[in-house]
Design a protein around this ligand. Sequence first.
Ligand code: FAD
Ligand code: SF4
Ligand code: SF4
Length: 396
Amino acid sequence: MSTEAKKVMVIGGGIAGLSAARELSLNGIQVELVEKADFLGGHAIQYACKATDNCQQCGACTVESVLKDVVLDPGIRVHLASEVIKISGSPRFKVQLGRVAVSDNDDTSKICQEGYEKNPVQCAAVKGFSKHNAIYRTADGRLNPDICQTADKLEVDAIIWATGFVPFDPDQKSTYRYSELANVVSGLDLERAKRASGSVLRPSDGKPPRDIAFIQCVGSRDERLGHLWCSQVCCPYALRSAMALKHRNPDANITVFYMDIQNTGNNFTGFYQQCRNDLNFIRTIPIDMYETDDDRIRTRYMSETDGKPVDAEFDLVVLSVGIMPGNDNKALADLLQTRLTPDGFAASTDKLHLTATDQKGVFLAGTVQGPKTIADSIAHAGHAAGEVIRYLRRAS
Ligand SMILES: Cc1cc2nc3c(=O)[nH]c(=O)nc-3n(C[C@H](O)[C@H](O)[C@H](O)COP(=O)(O)OP(=O)(O)OC[C@H]3O[C@@H](n4cnc5c(N)ncnc54)[C@H](O)[C@@H]3O)c2cc1C
Ligand code: SF4
Ligand code: SF4
């Protein structure tokens, strides 16, 4: 039976939501894409290319190409700076959207007028990190109300829940003094800075760092925080970033503090051997950080060999933050009348049906359901779209 004239709401415009929306639209289904932020692409549109002489298959450029397709697709209506505030009815869901206040104030438009070179990171954030998001903006960087659909009420035949994750807030690990020490940054800060300016500089003085540390498992696999899961993506992104930094600056000394290394995907053995040759690996996690007079970070850790404390100094410390359940998960689970897992991710019906939920007509895509890479989020979203199409066919 035909799925034409059917309409699906996708909540969340990260790579999972974009991929699901595009797949549905290619199958003739009208999509209402509801995104809380004032740009599309979620976290992954903020990441930099990590190529050395070769592509390192980080997946970041895939997001640009899917975003481009979605932006140009007349079958997908985009509601930026919008959120779902009420859902009623079934199997045809009646949805009420609300507007989310965005930072379209004088400060943000001034940042854009002052130019990208002066404030690359902030300007990238204001512009939505990608030229493809520019379609939703006026010349001074403000959200264009004429282009972003803001219909308050929708009626849809199925829903894909794709609101993603939040990166771990490094302030919750007081040892690392993230907010106090300028040269301690998160993995996301590093990605945004590289994406905006193309290089990595010490935040305290804008000089290129020579001694760099990556600290793994920040916020993940942490019994004290009650976060027992492996985030799966922080080993791949940290090692690829480290190798890209080393490629640009062969004199850099890069140290990785770790507990275990997660497989990074294709050709892991060869890639990991190269990392072992070019980077220093220390199998322990630092216990203290201090700032020296010249803004270096003195890091104390316990020696792997004799268990005695060792101090090492770095120009820059990168905290490899992991994937945490989204802030709105509880509220959305209530609205959608479905469940969360004990960890706070959206619960699928069982391990064999990772896109289905307990609620008829509601499906999951991407990291809302648990940690995933970009490639895995795309695959999961494709599967969710397929399940929706089968569901709509059965319902017609
Ligand atoms: C620092 C860091 C670096 C990473 N680097 C890589 C890498 O190099 N390669 C790789 O493969 N993976 C990487 N990842 C993982 C990658 O970010 C995820 O795989 C990907 O972003 C998942 O996409 P998503 O759409 O599920 O979620 P998200 O990217 O989180 O997108 C979800 C979207 O939903 C929106 N949203 C949230 N709440 C609501 C709501 N209530 N209503 C409407 N919209 C809402 C958000 O604004 C967002 O746009 C990295 C992760 C981190 C933390
Ligand atoms: S390293 Fe990543 S962003 Fe760069 S070309 Fe390869 S997949 Fe694309
Ligand atoms: S991917 Fe690596 S850094 Fe991230 S939680 Fe797993 S083991 Fe730790």
